[in-house]
Design a protein around this ligand. Structure first.
Ligand code: NAD
Length: 486
């Protein structure tokens, strides 16, 4: 039976009459569900509901809003198995990975629970005789969040809890490929007594996004997705005078110094490159081996680990790697492997036709590794977003830093070394927003902030943490003078 995924407007779950889109189970390739694309009428209804709710919600105290967030957090904790099941069912990643992503989302909710401290502002007494000055952080109004398919619970949780904690109201437009988590998240918010209109959810695609981003009553847009769309949404939103943060794609390099702990590095890189089938914006997609022998040494440790990886539906206990999201995306990744071969890279591990996958009907693909990749190749320049790892060799650390800094993307990077000075030089000089030292996927914890550089981001304010509070509030500075009574 094909399920239907509703919208959530003004406290009610509703269905519209827009274009129908299918949702697949990527582990079986079967059509599992469908949604209808929110058209301009539904967009107008959602914006109106959020606008009306803002009048009241923005006047509640941060402590009142935090009480809701605490109730919500307790419910998310209680229902994390259901959420993880939905992530696995529609995205395909393993249950372990799904649980990890939900925890990361809940961590940001945890941060948002402390909103009273984050909004308390600053005060300077006696800036001139009898004059004081203080800063207020006030909410913006109705904010929009547009999210990608690869973290259907975590990325919405990066956005709306903090936005509403700051006193805004919110409209979430989740990915049309795995929208069911958004509905579970909102059901739980309703159960936690979130007032109607504070968060609305619209299912849809480009049509819905365009109508939302250009709507006159939307004040801010948070976007996470691919770079071409991030750039488009950024341009559209800024042209309409919205505040916008748009996070895009990535190509994350991992430098291996000759003194690295190869056993530890290999273990972590296999997970960082192929976990979630490589569909992570912080996945390691390029190894930069420093020195003549490093690549061979590392690959000799990695090969048996890769050979042991188990593929299959993400809800099976022994599985390490689930399917890719859609048939089209699977084909796109396969095409990149053909391209790499034609560009002259050496395909040393070919995951395209694994025997163990022959009987699987889903969009599965094994781990592939290219060696002798060069900066001129498109498989190096472009984001593949699948289980495909490139290996390159450079002479020294300076060359590694230069290579990485020249790449158009600048989301994450990592270095494996036992030398503190080398690590410090790397962290200081590399032109990338998030850096790991012997940590391959350096996603910052919730009380720091997430954000890449270069074409991995359009705007200069990161997600969650202090940057998130800054994004979802506007600063007002009040200078006061009081006269004595006559
Ligand atoms: P996508 O860009 O195709 O879609 C993202 C969102 O934009 C979806 O909600 C989609 O409905 C909407 N959309 C798609 N095309 C649109 C258009 N032309 N106009 C307006 N809206 C449109 O991305 P995806 O395939 O869902 O996600 C994968 C991408 O997201 C990868 O490139 C990955 O690196 C990136 N990503 C980045 C981060 C980060 O923090 N930098 C995090 C996760 C994913």
């Amino acid at each position: 039976m094909v399920y239907k995924v509703p919208h959530f407007i003004d406290g009610s779950f509703i269905y519209g009459s827009g274009e129908k889109l299918q949702i697949f189970n990527p582990a079986t390739s079967e059509i599992a569900g469908e949604l209808d694309v929110a058209d301009i009428n539904l967009v107008n209804q959602a914006v109106e509901s959020a606008k009306v709710a803002f009048q009241t919600w923005s006047k509640t105290s941060p402590a009142f809003r935090a009480k809701f967030l605490f109730r919500y957090k307790a419910l998310l904790d209680q229902h994390r198995n259901e959420l993880a099941t939905l992530v696995t069912q529609e995205h395909g990643k393993t249950l372990v990975e799904a649980h990890g992503s939900i925890q990361r989302g809940i961590d940001v909710l945890d941060f948002a629970c402390g909103i009273s401290s984050h909004l308390k502002g600053d005060f300077a007494e006696e800036v001139a005789t009898g004059v004081d000055c203080y800063g207020l952080r006030q909410p913006l109004g109705v904010c929009v969040g547009i999210t990608p398919f690869n973290f259907p619970a975590m990325i919405p949780l990066w956005m709306f809890p903090l936005s509403i904690a700051c006193g805004n109201t919110f409209i979430l437009k989740p990915s049309e490929k795995d929208p069911s988590c958004s509905i579970k998240l909102i059901e739980l918010a309703k159960e936690a007594e979130l007032p109607n209109g504070v968060v609305n959810v619209l299912q849809g695609n480009r049509e819905t996004v365009t109508a939302l981003v250009q709507h006159r009553d939307i004040k801010a847009v948070s976007f996470v997705g691919s770079t071409p769309v991030a750039e488009q949404v950024y341009q559209m939103a800024t042209a309409a005078h919205k505040r916008v943060q748009a996070f895009g794609g990535a190509k994350n390099h991992c430098v291996i110094m000759p003194d690295a702990d190869f056993a530890e590095a290999a273990k972590m890189i296999v997970e960082a490159a192929f976990g979630s089938a490589g569909e992570r914006c912080m996945a390691i997609s390029v190894i930069v081996a420093v020195g003549e022998k490093t690549a061979d040494e590392l690959l000799s440790v990695m090969r048996p680990l890769i050979a042991k990886l188990q593929y299959g539906p993400g809800n099976q206990a022994h599985v390490d790697i689930g399917p890719l999201i859609t048939k089209e995306h699977h084909q796109r990744v396969m095409d990149y492997i053909d391209l790499g071969i034609s560009e002259g890279a050496k395909l040393i591990l070919d995951g395209r036709n694994l025997e163990s996958l022959a009987k699987q009907a889903g969009f599965f693909m094994g781990a592939s590794v290219f060696n002798e990749v060069t900066p001129q190749m498109r498989i190096y320049q472009e984001e593949i977003f699948g289980p495909v790892l490139s290996v390159m060799t450079v002479a020294d650390l300076d060359e590694a830093i230069h290579l990485i800094s020249e790449h158009e993307y600048g989301n994450g990077t990592a270095i494996f070394t036992r030398d503190g000075y080398t690590a410090r030089q790397f962290a200081d000089q590399v032109q990338v927003g998030m850096v790991g030292i012997n940590v391959p996927v350096p996603v910052p914890v919730a009380y720091h902030s997430f954000g890449g550089w270069k074409r991995s981001i359009f705007s200069d304010i990161g997600m969650y943490g202090d940057e998130g509070v800054r994004f979802y509030t506007k600063l007002k500075t009040v200078t006061t003078r009081w006269f004595p009574k006559e």
